[in-house]
Design a binder for this molecule. Structure first.
Ligand SMILES: CSCCC(=O)C(=O)COP(=O)(O)O
Ligand SMILES: [Mg+2]
Length: 239
């Protein structure tokens, strides 16, 4: 079945939606894990690193935590796949440098890039809202197997500039930032809690269920759902 939406913009989750969780966990996570120590010891003056370290100390309730303790906390969050903002900030620093260096190339499911190109060509704006930091998102879209996809994207949102993905207020902030009415925004995500939050903020929402992804079995509750982006068409009426 094809789902059709008349909207001004589509807002994309990354992991589990445009891209495979397995790739993030198997490729990106080890890449960051092996570099946290050097980042903490050698780049403590970097404003992003300093801000993230302060946030880790606050989150673990240890104002005097040293680099070893910070690294331990980051690795524990990695192990439990906790999408803590300071973890994502530090990963974003490491990954964006890895993409720029050519160590990393991002992953998109086969159906995604053709759909993004078609939706963009139809005049529909594309935005990203991911737990991955804006720096990571920018590098991810710039370094795809199909080249630089950033020209397709009008804006990037993360848990730092928009807020937590399971809170309706975050979607309200994004709607305000884009200038579009909530009901003219379509959010695509694999996580039911995120879809619930988007809907509570007045957005349209579709759950993406891809076999093998962590949320596939759980499903997306009573949200409309699609197995691939091929099952979704979007247009943007001007009236
Ligand atoms: C380019 S972001 C890398 C993936 C990541 O770390 C992440 O947390 C993505 O989570 P999402 O909110 O997109 O499911
Ligand atoms: Mg996701």
């Amino acid at each position: 079945m094809t789902l059709h939406y008349d909207v001004d913009a589509v807002v994309l989750d990354i992991e589990g939606t445009t891209s495979a969780t397995g790739f993030v966990v198997d490729v990106l996570y080890p890449y960051s894990r092996s570099r946290f120590g050097a980042l903490l010891s050698e780049r403590s003056d970097d404003p992003d690193v300093a801000r993230a370290v302060a946030q880790v100390r606050e989150e673990i309730g240890e104002p005097d935590a040293d680099d070893v303790r910070i690294e331990k906390a980051l690795n524990a969050w990695l192990d439990e796949d906790r999408k803590a903002t300071p973890l994502k900030t530090l990963q974003g620093v490491i990954w964006s440098e890895g993409f720029a260096r050519g160590d990393l190339v991002s992953h998109f499911y086969d159906d995604v890039v053709p759909a993004l190109r078609a939706w963009h060509a139809a005049g529909v704006r594309l935005y990203v809202y991911s737990s991955g930091s804006v720096a990571a998102q920018r590098a991810w879209f710039a370094s795809s197997p199909e080249g630089d996809l950033l020209p397709l994207v009008s804006g990037l949102y993360d848990t730092e500039n928009a807020g937590a993905k399971q809170e309706p207020e975050s979607y309200g902030r994004i709607a305000e930032a884009t200038g579009f009415a909530p009901e003219r925004l379509l959010f695509l995500s694999d996580r039911p809690g995120e879809l619930d939050a988007a809907r509570a903020a007045g957005w349209q929402a579709v759950g993406i269920r891809r076999p093998g992804e962590p949320y596939y079995e759980q499903g997306v509750g009573d949200h409309a759902q699609a197995g691939t982006f091929d099952e979704i068409t979007v247009s943007r009426s001007t009236t």
